[in-house]
Design a protein around this ligand. Structure first.
Ligand SMILES: *Cc1c(COP(=O)(O)O)cnc(C)c1O
Length: 391
């Protein structure tokens, strides 16, 4: 039985997959079981931030596997302490909770927001505002948080206590907050990823921060996709001139090993106390070793500036390309609207020609490894140009 037949017989069919079996990778390049090579502009959805099997990252992870691979959270490990200290240092937060995914990081943020309010105001102030077109995860609660109707099906009853408001509409948010006294938090993505690579206006981001501060609401930033260097700064919030009370991270944080993190500033740092939250695998030493290696690179001289420059270079090349009518995003999180072609068809054609890309709504979406070279960028863009010239 082929890998694909075996897979399809036994793994639940929750994804639309390309008929490609990836076997290994190096840097920006993935290789399938037949030896065909692909330039990867998707990084496993922004997760392989240093590309495939980066040497130093792999060394750090392997050394950790051979030293101590897991302990329960009834004990301390140095590698988790080191990563927590460094992560709080580079992001300017006071404390962190580690989980294993973006959805879990957001669950933690939601629990913090509700308990912060409960501790101060008692029961009933528990509604969280999120944005239309947002994406916050696949658990029953983070699906409720997700501001897209198509996700609110089948799994009834969904967790109550979420309302959605349009992005970049400050008046609508103001009205909502002034009328609904049950609101305790506002949660946003600075660049909506799954929702179509839509960037928030700086003025709106600042208004969210001010409304939260004026009304003692918890300002939560879901930086699961935008965080850890993806947009050219450690956090995207830096470029919006705001400091959310809580920021969530996952995807690229550990370079391809499962990890989620929920960061809290002064206001919320001590909301979760003994017995109120937990995760068996959270802060796993192997994940922390990978995350330390990612952070080494992110904080190396000039690295993030280079991410920003490469992002600009790719965006500009896309704008100049026939068949593309608009480009959106920030840093190396890039969306492009196509003139005639369908994003899904371009994705399939690209894979055929040896380029892996992503889509988001009607756009093609690129999240290349942060370490990609200009040579690989040009190679990938040439393939894309060729495909768009044929439609
Ligand atoms: C991917 C993503 C999530 C969900 O992360 P998982 O690791 O799949 O649970 C949540 N929020 C945003 C913004 C994401 O991009």
């Amino acid at each position: 039985m082929s890998t694909i037949e075996k897979f399809d017989s036994h793994v639940m069919h929750t994804y639309g997959r390309l008929p490609i079996v990836l076997e290994k990778g190096s840097g920006t390049q993935a290789t399938d079981e037949n030896g065909k090579e692909y330039i990867d502009f998707g990084s496993g959805i922004g997760t392989n931030s240093l590309g495939y099997c980066d040497e130093k990252w792999a060394d750090a992870v392997c050394a950790q596997v051979r030293s101590i691979q897991h302990t329960s959270n009834y004990f301390y490990t140095k590698v988790q302490a080191d990563f927590a200290e460094r992560l709080c240092g580079v992001t300017g937060y006071k404390s962190v909770f580690f989980g294993n995914s973006g959805a879990e990081a957001n669950e933690c943020a939601i629990k913090i927001a509700r308990k912060y309010s409960f501790d101060k105001y008692g029961k009933g102030r528990d509604t969280i505002v999120t944005l239309v077109n947002s994406f916050h995860g696949r658990t029953v609660t983070t699906l409720s948080a997700t501001g897209q109707d198509s996700f609110h099906n089948y799994f009834f009853p969904f967790t109550p206590g979420f309302v959605h408001t349009p992005a970049n509409d400050t008046a609508a948010l103001e009205k909502l907050i002034s009328e609904d006294k049950s609101i305790c938090a506002v949660m946003v993505e600075f660049v909506q990823g799954e929702g179509g690579v839509n960037r928030l206006d700086i003025d709106f981001a600042k208004a969210v921060a001010k409304l939260c501060s004026d009304n003692d609401l918890v300002f939560i930033a879901d930086e699961v996709q935008t965080g850890m260097g993806r947009t050219g700064t450690v956090l995207a919030s830096e470029q919006f001139g705001v400091k959310p009370d809580v920021t969530t991270l996952a995807k690229g944080i550990a370079g391809g090993i499962p990890m989620g993190a929920c960061l809290a500033g002064e206001k919320c740092a001590d909301v979760l106390v003994k017995g109120t939250h937990g995760s068996t695998f959270g802060g796993n030493p192997i994940a922390c070793a990978g995350a330390n290696a990612v952070l080494d690179r992110l904080t190396s001289e000039g690295f993030l500036d280079e991410v920003a420059r490469k992002g600009y270079y790719i965006s500009k090349a896309l704008l100049d390309m026939d068949g593309i009518i608009a480009v959106s995003g920030m840093g190396m999180m890039i969306g492009a609207n196509l003139e005639k072609a369908k994003a899904a068809d371009v994705l399939t054609a690209a894979a055929d020609k040896g380029l892996l890309i992503l889509t988001a709504k009607e756009k093609i979406r690129l999240l290349p490894p942060l370490t990609i070279s200009y040579e690989q960028i040009d190679k990938g863009l040439d393939i894309l140009r060729g495909i768009l010239a044929e439609v």
